[in-house]
Design a protein. Structure first.
Length: 445
């Protein structure tokens, strides 16, 4: 990992403090601490966080740091939690495949893939209760296999050799033993790549052993209770994800994917906004600040969080992701995903009248960004939940690379974006504005 020299760090801090401390319009209600922005993002994106991968020590270290920040600021605990860490579990399966054969011929290991919650599996076409599915040359293997991996039934999938490339993708995914948000059911899906065109009547034999491991994860959540008794039950969520990829394929000797922009930048914004609103002490509605884990591996953190509250009480969600670089619209701009799905964006912009800052609709609809971050979980429950970003993602060569580091970011512009978010949210926080709900059925899964 590239080390920040002290001189560079001080220079970055000096640049950041030149950002408008009073927000885009000069109003004190819009300002955030540039010093906090510089300190927090340098801490989260440091080498000793190891890229903050879910379920590994670097992620736990980042979570502990964020909890200490929420304590320093003076946030209260969420719900019945006794601290700031919202612990939950995910599950990781590891399957060892024994013998496998199809049509009486043994199959090499590279032609067998198993997804299983069964501790022991010993199937054949005579004794097993599995349904048999045949995937031929004209079929879409990935499309057919995806729903089966939920493990809601026992299935044997016989796959034509023309599907070899797609099969190897699936096999690689299953061998990595990706985390699941729920404990897998005691079902199994066995996929066999045949060397001859398979049929449902071909005899098969397969044996496998599966171990399911519980993996502890944690969100970090803090609360500023609402000051208005009539509105305090209504919540406004400010969120980000603090996990990243961890250690990846080395490039020029560097293997740490620090995730400075993705998403230490958004997490820094959540901390800076919490500090800002705590000082103001004028929020009519309750403010919830949450840093999610496991976004990179399936959004498990936001899924768990959403089950711990009544979504009808959440009037808006400001999900902040990748704000460390200047947007395609220029400085003092950011875009909002799903802009057309509610009046969230237009309400925010109305509070920036007379300032140089503006919010734009998502310019990259083909990227499906509305569905690719933690806002989607609450949006599916009807919450006006949108992601605010500045990343030029189609052209971002640093995305998910070892070069996503603090020195690649524009901290001055980033601080201005956070200040604009603070100012644009004032109508929602005060209870004077309430965004329209998103119809849950309109949000695809």
């Amino acid at each position: 990992m590239k080390k920040l020299l002290l001189l560079v760090a001080l220079a970055c801090g000096a640049c950041a403090t030149t950002a408008p401390r009073t927000g885009a319009s000069g109003n004190k209600s819009g300002g955030v601490s540039a010093a906090t922005v510089t300190r927090v993002i340098n801490t989260l994106a440091a080498d000793d966080m190891g890229g903050r991968p879910s379920a590994l020590p670097g992620n736990a270290k980042a979570g502990s740091f964020l909890a200490s920040e929420f304590k320093r600021i003076g946030l209260e605990h969420f719900g019945q939690l006794s601290g700031y860490e919202q612990a939950f579990s995910a599950y990781q399966s590891s399957t060892a495949i024994g013998e496998a054969s199809l049509g009486g011929a043994s199959l090499p290991a590279e032609n067998v893939a198993v997804a299983s919650g069964r501790p022991q599996l010993n199937w054949n076409n005579v004794s097993s209760p599995a349904r048999v599915v045949v995937v031929g040359p004209q079929d879409n293997l990935l499309q057919q296999a995806r729903p089966l991996l939920d493990l809601h039934e026992d299935v044997v999938v016989l796959i034509d050799p023309s599907q070899t490339k797609a099969f190897q993708q699936l096999r690689g995914y299953l061998r990595r033993g990706g985390l699941r948000p729920d404990k897998p059911a005691e079902h199994a899906v066995v996929m066999l790549l045949a060397q001859a065109t398979p049929t449902a009547t071909l005899p098969y034999q397969v044996a496998a052993t599966t171990t399911v491991q519980t993996v502890p994860l944690r969100n970090v959540v803090g609360v500023l209770p609402g000051q208005d008794p009539k509105l305090a039950a209504e919540m406004v969520v400010f969120s980000s994800h603090y996990d990243h990829l961890g250690i990846i394929t080395p490039v020029a000797g560097d293997s740490i994917a620090n995730g400075a922009d993705d998403d230490a930048s958004g997490t820094t914004a959540v901390v800076a906004l919490a500090e800002h609103y705590k000082k103001l002490k004028n929020n009519a509605r309750t403010l919830v600040f949450v840093a999610f884990t496991a976004e990179e591996i399936g959004g498990f953190g936001s899924q768990y969080f959403s089950r711990q509250l009544d979504p009808k009480q959440v009037v808006a969600m400001f999900n902040i992701e990748m704000i460390g670089k200047v947007a395609k619209f220029g400085p003092n701009t950011a875009f909002i995903t799903g802009y057309e799905r509610s009046d969230f964006g237009s309400l925010l912009q109305s509070n920036l009248t007379g300032t140089p800052f503006r919010f734009e609709p998502d310019p990259y609809p083909e990227q499906n960004l509305f569905y690719r971050s933690d806002n989607a979980t609450l949006a599916r429950l009807g919450v006006p939940a949108h992601t605010i970003s500045t990343d030029q993602i189609p052209d971002d060569k640093l995305y998910h690379s070892v070069d996503d580091e603090v020195e690649s970011l524009d901290l001055t512009n980033m601080t201005a974006v956070i200040s604009a978010i603070a100012q644009s949210a004032r109508g929602i926080i005060s209870g004077q504005q309430t965004p329209t709900r998103i119809p849950p059925q309109s949000v695809q899964r």
